[in-house]
Design a binder for this molecule. Sequence first.
Ligand code: PGA
Length: 252
Amino acid sequence: MERRMLIAGNWKMNGLQSARKEAAALIALQGGNMPGQFDVLICPPATLLADMARDAGSSGLYLGGQDCHSEDHGAHTGDIAAAMLKDAGAGYVIVGHSERRTDYGEGDAQVKAKAEAALVAGLIAIVCVGETLAEREAGQAFAVVGKQVEGSLPVGASAKNCVLAYEPVWAIGTGKVATLEDIASMHAHIRGKLKTAGGAALAAARILYGGSVKPSNAEQIFSMEDVDGGLIGGASLQATDFSAIIDVSKSL
Ligand code: PGA
């Protein structure tokens, strides 16, 4: 199965109403339409989701949430259900980002439950995994990431409803990028885990790399065998940078 690349922006807790103009500028820089050969996604703060989905119109730009609750409604003050994201115009939701694993102590079982809620709501789940620097230095990176993949994948995961994102924690927002060899070997490791968990159908799921991706390194990273695009934080906030990343991906 041909894997369609995904270039995903994660705005994290950045963006007031005024930031909507960055998405509008991105669409304009891309000539009014996202490239046909791969998918482009922005995951803004939830407060901007509905407006940005309307702004995106028929440009082909997808919108997504950054997290969701594992239940579909109820007494969970401050949380957002996957169905609410869908209702606001989302097509995707990120679950298990390392900032949520660290800030809120989210473990694999919770991430799995959130991903399952995403699938029930009809969203594509972007399941994030990645080792810390201490884990890498201790030689545990493959074991840690393998365990996260096995523990976080939702029941019913397929290449259609699930995307994996490998983000080494030490590369996020630091300007440090994993070496191409490290990325290649970890993505192959994740691909193997997907195959064990769900056979060829799940092994065809997209695996994104995340951690200090920028216009100058995107082409090299995205052109590797098992890398199907990126999850991009800082460089997705400015339309010019994000558009440049999309542009370098067009030749791949
Ligand atoms: P970064 O963030 O591109 O700013 O390193 C990536 C992410 O956390 O998704």
